[in-house]
Design a protein around this ligand. Structure first.
Ligand code: FPP
Length: 248
C-alpha cells in the first residue's frame, strides 16, 4: 500500500471524483451470499472512501447510490436499499458531522420513501456549514432526468419572459442542473468490469477521465483508489487542444 501512495503527485489529486459502485450482487454471489449482503458490504466501502478521500485532498465525492432505472429491481431489493440508506445515515451521521463532511443529495428525491427524504434533509441541514468533503449521493438520479428537468425550467422561464433565449449558454444551462453547486468531476471510477456510464452525469463528465476496474465495489479498497488516481495522473488531459499546446 505505501508504495502506490508514495507514487501519487500530491498536486494532481482530482478535486471531484464520481463513482459508479457496481458489482455488489456479483460479489455476494461469489461469497455464496445474497445480494443484500453485497449491498451491506458496499456500505463499508463507502465508509472507507469517505474517510480516505478528504485525507488525500479530494473535495467532492459523488456516488451513484440509486438510479432512476434501479426502481425496476425486485421490490424487496429496492426496499432493502432504501432501508440501508436510512440506517446508514442514522448510524453514521454523527461521525460524518464530526469529520466535517457535508452531505448533499441529487436526483428526484421526491420519489424516495418519506423516511429517506426526511433523513437526507436532516443530514444536509445538520452538515450544511461543514467545510470538509462534500459527499453527494445520487438517488433516484439519472442524467437524462436532470437534463430534461433543466430544459423544462429554462423553457418555462423563456415562455414567461424571465429569461432571454440568447442567454441560454452552457454555463447558464449548468446552473439549472442538480449538480449546479459542484465543479465537474475530473475522474469517473466504475467498478466491476462494465465499461459504460449508465445515464450518470452525462453533462458533467464531458471532459472527465474514465477509469474502469474489474474489482467489485465491496472489494474496492484504499489501495484500489490510489491505483485509479495514479492512472488518472498519467493521462494527458487535452480538453480538445493538441499535446504541444498542453506541454508548453
Ligand atoms: C450496484 O451493484 C449497486 C447498487 C445499485 C447500489 C449501491 C448502493 C450501495 C453501495 C449502498 C448505498 C448506501 C449509501 C449509504 C450511500 P449491483 O447490485 O448492480 O451489482 P451486480 O451488478 O453485481 O448485480
Amino acid at each position: 500500500m505505501s508504495s502506490i501512495i508514495n507514487k501519487l503527485d500530491k498536486n494532481k489529486i482530482p478535486k471531484h471524483i464520481a463513482m459508479i459502485m457496481d458489482g455488489n450482487g456479483r460479489w455476494a454471489k461469489e461469497q455464496g451470499k445474497n445480494r443484500i449482503f453485497g449491498h451491506q458490504q458496499g456500505v463499508e466501502t463507502v465508509r472507507k472512501m469517505v474517510e480516505v478521500c478528504p485525507r488525500i485532498g479530494v473535495e467532492y465525492l459523488t456516488l451513484y447510490a440509486f438510479s432512476t432505472e434501479n426502481w425496476s429491481r425486485p421490490k424487496f431489493e429496492v426496499n432493502a436499499l432504501m432501508e440501508l440508506l436510512v440506517n446508514s445515515l442514522r448510524k453514521e451521521i454523527k461521525k460524518l458531522h464530526e469529520n466535517n463532511v457535508r452531505i448533499h443529495a441529487i436526483g428526484c428525491i421526491d420519489d424516495l420513501p418519506k423516511k429517506a427524504q426526511k433523513k437526507l434533509a436532516e443530514s444536509a441541514e445538520l452538515t450544511k456549514n461543514n467545510t470538509g468533503l462534500n459527499l453527494i449521493l445520487a438517488l433516484s438520479y439519472s442524467a437524462q432526468w436532470d437534463i430534461v428537468n433543466a430544459t423544462k425550467l429554462i423553457a418555462g422561464q423563456v415562455k414567461s419572459g424571465i429569461l432571454d433565449i440568447e442567454d441560454v449558454t452552457k454555463e447558464r444551462f449548468s446552473s439549472y442542473l442538480s449538480t449546479r453547486n459542484f465543479p465537474n468531476p475530473e475522474l469517473l471510477i466504475r467498478t466491476s468490469g462494465e465499461r459504460r456510464i449508465s445515464n450518470y452525469l452525462l453533462w458533467e463528465l464531458a471532459y472527465a477521465e474514465f477509469y474502469f476496474t474489474n474489482t467489485h465495489w465491496p472489494a474496492f479498497t484504499e489501495e484500489s483508489l490510489y491505483e485509479a488516481i495514479f492512472d488518472y495522473q498519467n493521462r494527458e488531459r487535452r480538453f480538445g487542444k493538441t499535446s504541444e499546446q498542453i506541454t508548453q
